[in-house]
Design a protein around this ligand. Structure first.
Ligand SMILES: *Cc1c(COP(=O)(O)O)cnc(C)c1O
Length: 375
């Protein structure tokens, strides 16, 4: 079996976890939490880091902390995970969607301006699968229309846009440390910002909004979204190896590019570089020419015990949002095509060169010999 993801725990993870046990610091009050926050914020050139239970929690807090007026519109991509849209809904905000670009799979920044109204208060940027959103255009629009930037960099640890870290562009930015991300804490997330007030709001929101001085008196509702010392211990150890992880991800990506070169005219491979970034290959995605072909390839991989996963499903096609009366009759053809024809193959940090070769061979043979007939 070649799973779609395996993490890499090759540094001080065990040592630091043992330290938690030996010192009996296992809750969120333990010293690794502050250390991880400081070191991760420094790594991203941000002033404040607020560690939380997971990346989705980080989004919930980040969005809430901005205190946007109820009913405000926030522009975001339709092609992404549910978490960013959910966090807007939880804070009584309205997601306004834009389509993707066919080459980078990121939000088409050229479509944003036409969606801006009097009610628009923010752009929620999500960097997708390994290449960043075109941030220059986002920064320009934010300036011109006085919009906040919420940056979901959950898949982008260490990636840079024109030499500047992803996660350093938002008024508030977030990361996830789920085991398929570039560094992991099992479950975990982080909010980063340079704004002291926002940082304090986030600390309060992650900790049930306990009041200073009168702990059990609440002016506002928050969540228990705290990160434990055990998670942070893993985070500190993982961060020590982040450059190695990023390099390994790029090696995996390049190896697949090489091994799949004979099918590159038959199936879309990830874009290796743009003029602002080099792909970090959070996942190694492929876009088939039809959903039938995609499903056939997934089936052939599965027969060979190779794990795959389909791409995100668009926000405007989510049953849960349809039931809320959102995005009625909206259509975003590029994203719809990605959702139907895209899938990704094993490319986790724990994968071996041999496994990459096996996966590439199965795909190449299937694509070159296939006569896809779907009944
Ligand atoms: C992984 C991910 C998240 C959510 O992170 P969790 O830690 O799994 O909650 C949010 N946004 C994007 C773009 C992601 O890839």
């Amino acid at each position: 079996m070649i799973p779609v993801n395996t993490p890499l725990l090759s540094g001080n993870e065990g040592k630091y976890l043992q330290e938690c046990i030996d010192t009996q610091w296992i809750s969120s009050e333990g010293p690794f939490v502050k250390r991880f926050e400081k070191e991760f914020a420094d790594y991203n050139n941000r002033k404040y880091g607020i560690a939380v239970a997971n990346g989705s929690a980080a989004l919930d807090i980040a969005v809430r902390a901005l205190d946007l007026p109820k009913g405000s519109e926030v522009i975001m991509p339709t092609f992404t995970i549910i978490s960013p849209a959910a966090s807007l809904i939880y804070s009584n905000l309205k997601p306004v969607l834009v389509d993707s670009k066919p080459d980078t799979w990121n939000m088409d920044v050229g479509q944003i301006e036409a969606k801006i109204t009097d009610k628009t208060k923010a752009i929620l940027v999500v960097h997708i699968y390994g290449l960043p959103v075109e941030m220059d255009k986002i920064l320009e629009l934010a300036e011109k229309y006085n919009l906040k930037i919420i940056e979901d960099a959950a898949e982008m640890h260490g990636q840079e846009y024109n030499g500047k870290k992803c996660g350093s562009f938002g008024d508030i930015s977030i990361f996830s440390f789920y085991p398929n991300k570039h560094i992991t804490t099992g479950e975990g997330g982080m909010i980063v910002t340079d704004n002291e007030n926002l940082a304090e709001r986030c600390q309060s929101l992650r900790n049930l909004c306990f009041k200073k001085g009168q702990r059990y008196v609440h002016e506002e509702l928050g969540w228990n979204y705290r990160m434990t010392n055990l998670q942070a211990a893993l985070g500190v150890a993982q961060l020590e190896n982040i450059e190695k992880h990023i390099e390994k991800k790029r090696i995996i990506g390049r190896l697949y590019n090489e091994k799949l070169v004979s099918v590159k005219d038959k199936i879309q491979l990830p874009l290796a570089t743009t003029d602002y970034s080099e792909n970090i290959y959070w996942v190694y995605g492929l876009v088939a020419s039809s959903s039938e072909e995609r499903d056939h390839l997934i089936m052939k991989c599965s027969e060979q015990k190779i794990g795959t996963r389909t791409f995100f499903w668009c926000m405007h096609e989510q049953p849960v949002f349809k039931k809320m009366g959102l995005f009625v009759k909206e259509s975003y053809p590029v994203a719809e095509n990605l959702a139907r024809c895209g899938f990704y193959i094993p490319a986790g940090l724990g994968i071996s060169k041999k496994e990459i070769e096996v996966v590439a061979n199965v795909l190449t043979e299937t694509i070159l010999n296939q006569n896809i007939k779907v009944s």
